[in-house]
Design a protein around this ligand. Structure first.
Ligand code: SAM
Length: 285
């Protein structure tokens, strides 16, 4: 049975007497146009191995199975596993793993299933763990081509904003260090069952093959970014000085800023990713 519409979704839910679990962020897609948009933005084709996070009752998995060479879907809720066996029974290129994605060795799966070649990640994410999932995928340096995901609209805004906007922050910089973000579509609550309280958006993060920003010490770059946005109102100098794990005096930071032609009173939110990288490289000398 083809899912992706309200009628068939309700039929599956009722057949299995399924209880939605709020704690797992379960909001299932019931709009075909949105599903088609996600598949086309992810550019899934018959060469691809796709990792899906949180298949739910298998709605998007059906679309992925039809377009990809192979799909692996990781679902935490054991009550969904018998449902998935049923809704995906027509496809022989899908495997389901009942696990918490944050505990899965994704690099091992990519090695076994795709010979270590870059994979596409496609998901309607559980919103409560969007950031750890995406940052985990980037920071673990698993071979990834792109991540096309449904997230809370506000989070999509944060991922693609730049300096001088209210949404600019540590997440914007971290995402843009690894990937080029592109918002594919805004998705209203009525495209889901049950309806979420917030608006959603589909964002595609195309991972850079070669990072355009070069730093001598990646860990220091991310510490500086976190220190700067930890206390937004503070100047960069004071933010860095008070941040645990960093050992720079106010004078050292002042000198670095001067070398960069920036005022001593500058705040982190005014710096571009390139400027953060330059600052990290100067302080790492
Ligand atoms: N893909 C389905 C759809 O679009 O209709 C369901 C999306 S729903 C927003 C999120 C799904 O992720 C749920 O099925 C939920 O059980 C699952 N999930 C939540 N936390 C998870 C985790 N830590 N690991 C794997 N799956 C998880």
């Amino acid at each position: 049975m083809k899912l992706g519409n309200p009628k068939n979704t309700i039929e599956v839910i009722q057949k299995y007497d399924f209880d939605f679990q709020k704690k797992f962020g379960q909001n299932f897609l019931i709009d075909e146009r949105v599903l088609e948009k996600i598949i086309s933005a992810a550019e899934v084709n018959k060469e691809d191995f796709v990792l899906e996070i949180g298949p739910g009752i298998g709605t998007m998995t059906q679309y992925l199975a039809e377009n990809a060479r192979e799909v692996m879907a990781v679902e935490i809720d054991k009550n969904l596993i018998p449902i998935l066996s049923d809704t995906l029974s027509a496809y022989d290129n899908v495997s389901i793993l009942n696990a918490d994605i944050l505990k899965v060795d994704i690099a091992k799966i990519v090695e076994e299933k795709n010979g270590g070649k870059p994979v596409k990640v496609v998901a309607n994410l559980p919103y409560y763990i969007t950031t750890p999932i995406i940052m985990g995928l980037f920071e673990s340096h698993v071979p990834i081509d792109s991540i096309t995901v449904m997230v809370q609209k506000e989070v999509a805004d944060r991922m693609q904003s730049g300096p001088g906007t209210k949404d600019y922050g540590a997440l914007s910089l971290a995402v843009q260090y690894y990937a080029e973000p592109y918002v594919v579509a805004n998705v209203p609550p009525n495209c889901f069952m049950p309806r979420p309280k917030v608006g959603s958006a589909v964002i595609r993060l195309t991972k850079y093959k070669d990072a355009p920003i070069k730093v001598t010490n990646e860990k220091l770059l991310f510490q500086l970014i976190r220190a700067s946005f930890n206390q937004r109102r503070k100047t960069l100098q004071n933010g860095i000085k008070n941040f645990g794990g960093l050992n720079f005096s106010k004078e050292q930071v002042a000198q670095a800023l001067e070398e960069m032609g920036l005022p001593a009173s500058v705040r982190g939110e005014a710096l571009t990713l390139e400027q953060f990288a330059t600052l990290a490289n100067i302080l790492d000398r």
